[in-house]
Design a protein around this ligand. Structure first.
Ligand code: MN
Length: 432
């Protein structure tokens, strides 16, 4: 049975109308950074229905006066990092203040139309910005279905999973400078590729640009250099999650990845959704992940509780230049991931590598068991052998210039959705 608290109670309602299919009901309260309009400086806010709640103004007016947040001016910052660094206690305290103001339990906002005008900004008017100053970005490979599909394509069914895969969450150190906010277009990358039958590589635009449906989490707290993080403390060091599109150039990747793994094939851009859904908002949607009994994982990776993942429906749509709307190509779920976020974080830190507030750890492509749940074009078109058919008659093996990839996701409650909004980006032609 789901466990609820005063801020996740399904019966809770905002004092103004929020449609049932909104991603941002009062049970969600995700953090982001926005500009009220293009001419304003970026500031911290919370998405609520069709509005963004301006936390900077609320802080200036003294609304955050609890024991942890009093005398902190974390909501007057450009980035969420300082708030994130205060940890779970600050998050819990802020969440209660915001929830009470929006429900009307604390009636100071409900009864003050002038204040409402100042702090509830219509979402259609705002510009969202990167919410976190991202330190290090690491990308994992945590979906067994994805690793099996890719392994089958490149090494055959019998050797699909490498010998290490079921023993540790495989990952690589990525690039944070090119992490961009949803809506930022990206150019098709240039690079070296080599056809199987060619004697030498050539330089030019990648021909096999792909998306990867992933989710990422942001570290809050972390560990000191030389110290490890135990599984029992891992979740307390996670601030929340966002959708991630880890754009990939498959032809560049194929030629460059031996022996050190992905490099330029992944660093030309990584798109994240603007609102970070906190661990507190996801608590009612906890569920068990895949069984890890064959083999048993080593003790340092043993889950602290059986339900260390979440039931979050994920979708990917592609909209070409000649299409009126995105066409859904994939429906997957966060709970398919074999390795949990806690295991990714603990494994990352097991050498004593210091994880820091603002680090982004992404899951790897999230594929499910069925062909319509594969989280990349590589798998959906099975390496280009089964082109995807779109309603307007067009076909795709990989992405074309002008294609917009739209990812979305939500946890379904009883009569409400705790959603992630959209993570979208358009692929522009290469800069030659
Ligand atoms: Mn990836």
């Amino acid at each position: 049975m789901p466990t609820y608290d005063a801020t996740t109670d399904p019966a809770l309602k905002a004092f103004f109308d929020i449609p049932a299919e909104s991603h941002f009901p009062i049970q969600n309260l995700p953090y982001g950074v926005f500009r009220p309009s293009a001419k304003h400086e970026p500031r911290i806010g919370v998405a609520i229905g069709d509005f963004v709640l301006d936390l900077k103004v609320l802080q200036t007016l003294g609304f955050f006066d609890g024991p942890v947040l009093r005398n902190q001016d974390v909501f007057e910052e450009r980035w969420l990092n300082e708030f994130m660094d205060l940890g779970k206690a600050a998050r819990t305290e802020a969440r209660k203040v915001i929830s009470d103001l929006l429900s009307g339990k604390d009636d100071r906002l409900k009864n003050d139309p002038d204040l409402q005008k100042r702090v509830l900004i219509p979402m259609k008017d705002v510009v969202t910005e990167l919410p976190v100053q991202i330190g290090d970005y690491t990308d994992f490979y945590s979906s067994r279905e994805h690793a099996t599909n890719v392994g089958t394509m490149f090494r055959g069914k019998d050797n699909a999973l490498q010998p290490n895969w079921l023993h540790l969450p495989v990952g690589y150190h990525g690039r944070s400078s090119s992490v961009v906010i949803s809506g930022t277009p990206l150019h098709r990358p240039m690079g070296q590729t080599k056809a199987d039958d060619a004697a030498a590589p050539v330089f030019g635009p990648s021909r096999l640009v792909d998306f990867e449906l992933e989710m990422g989490f942001f570290v809050s707290g972390g560990n000191r250099l030389g110290q490890r993080l135990p599984m029992a403390e891992a979740e307390d060091n996670i601030f929340g999650l966002a959708l991630v599109n880890d754009w990939s150039a498959r032809d560049i990747q194929k030629w460059e990845y031996v022996p050190l793994g992905p490099f330029l094939a992944k660093n030309f851009g990584t798109t994240i959704s603007p609102w970070i859904i906190t661990m507190e908002a996801l608590e009612p949607f906890r569920t068990a992940g895949p069984v890890q009994s064959e083999p048993e994982v080593l003790d340092y990776l043993k889950p602290a509780r059986p339900d260390q993942t979440y039931d979050i429906r994920l979708e990917v749509g592609i909209q070409g230049e000649n299409m009126d709307a995105p066409h859904t190509v994939c429906v997957s779920n966060f709970r398919y991931l074999y390795w949990s976020m806690a295991q990714q974080l603990v494994h990352h830190a097991v050498t004593g590598c210091n994880m820091r507030t603002g680090d982004l750890l992404a899951s790897g492509t999230i594929s499910g068991p069925t062909e319509d749940s594969y989280g990349s074009m590589l798998e959906l078109s099975w390496r280009g052998s089964k082109p995807l058919k779109f309603p307007n008659g067009e076909e795709r093996k990989f992405l074309q210039d002008g294609d917009t990839v739209v990812m979305t996701g939500w946890a379904q409650g009883d009569g409400y959705r705790v959603g992630f909004g959209a993570c979208e980006g358009r692929l522009l032609p290469a800069v030659q």
